[in-house]
Design a protein around this ligand. Structure first.
Ligand SMILES: Cc1cc2nc3c(=O)[nH]c(=O)nc-3n(C[C@H](O)[C@H](O)[C@H](O)COP(=O)(O)OP(=O)(O)OC[C@H]3O[C@@H](n4cnc5c(N)ncnc54)[C@H](O)[C@@H]3O)c2cc1C
Length: 270
């Protein structure tokens, strides 16, 4: 017996079927995701350093460049974006200025041989759980991120704004390592040797609070007035109709003006 399925058509899905909403969470957990965009590269670097100091990082003290990654309070890490081997001097200078040890992604140690194998960070490498990780020219592959998920603060410097490392970082600057690293070294320098750092006190990660949940309410963007209507979802952002505002991922942004989820407030309408 032959049944022509195109004549019968597909059975309609029951309208009561629960909608599956995929939550995208960063591999490194909730992070601040602040990218400094205003002003020149120098001004962006200044804002970054001010934010780090405000969080309690003390750049008058430092550790040895070769401190084992698992014991280090801070690590400046090179990815393939560092380019040629001579550019590792930029990483070394920044590590000295930040009072940090040196690390890398796996290919920088394994393929390029810029650093010994015991200095690469990640799932199959060393785990960093100190206070400050500065990723320079690292894309943010899952395998790398798994090695830094317990870092108190993650900073990303990458020339591509869409690199996954930014969604997994607290602070970021979109820029070329050749330009940003010397500026950052200069801004962190104390004009001489750092005092030896006291035993590390693990800093608490600032918890990024989720937006308050609302049963089925609408939310309005404070940036442009766009109203998120759960019944409609957001086609451009790949959000299915019926998705509650509270269930939108933290990466979701206003489809009209690009403001982040945290910039939305309840509109008072159901
Ligand atoms: C089983 C397995 C285990 C693995 N374990 C690990 C692990 O433990 N650790 C690990 O690191 N990897 C691991 N990897 C490899 C991992 O998948 C990635 O390939 C690797 O992390 C990528 O390294 P990267 O970010 O340095 O290089 P890429 O992914 O090539 O990224 C380079 C980045 O540099 C940026 N860039 C380029 N030029 C510049 C510039 N001038 N200025 C600023 N940015 C620039 C680019 O935009 C890009 O984002 C593993 C892979 C497998 C399969």
């Amino acid at each position: 017996m032959v049944i022509a399925s195109h004549i019968l058509g597909k059975a309609a899905k029951p309208s009561s079927a629960p909608l599956k909403v995929q939550k995208k969470t960063a591999v490194t957990g909730p992070r601040k995701n602040i990218t400094f965009k205003d002003g020149t590269a120098k001004e962006q670097v200044k804002q970054l350093v001010e934010a780090l100091k405000a969080d309690g990082h003390d750049f008058t003290v430092g550790i040895d460049l070769h401190t084992p990654i698992v014991e280090a309070e801070r690590v400046v890490s090179a990815g393939k974006g560092i380019g040629s081997k001579k550019n590792m001097k930029l990483i070394e200078d920044l590590a000295l200025a930040a009072g940090a040890a040196i690390g890398s992604s796996r290919p920088v140690a394994e393929q390029l041989g810029y650093l010994p194998i015991d200095r690469y960070v990640g799932m199959s490498g060393q785990k960093f759980s100190g206070n400050l990780y500065i990723a320079c020219g690292i894309s943010g592959a899952v395998q790398h991120l798994k090695g830094i998920k317990d870092a108190a603060t993650i900073v990303a410097i990458n020339k591509k704004a869409g690199a996954p490392i930014f969604k997994n970082a607290d602070y970021g600057i979109v820029g070329d390592v050749n330009e940003i690293l010397p500026l950052l070294s200069e801004a962190l320098s104390v004009g001489g040797e750092k005092k030896p750092a006291p035993p590390m006190v693990k800093m608490k990660r600032k918890v990024v609070k989720e937006a308050p949940a609302a049963p089925i309410g609408r939310y309005v963007c404070m940036g442009c007035g766009y109203e998120y209507i759960p019944e409609l979802g957001d086609e451009a952002g790949d959000v299915a109709p019926g998705t509650k505002f509270a269930d939108l991922s933290q990466e979701w942004v206003c489809p009209e003006c690009g403001e982040e989820k945290a910039s939305f407030i309840p509109s008072g309408k159901e």
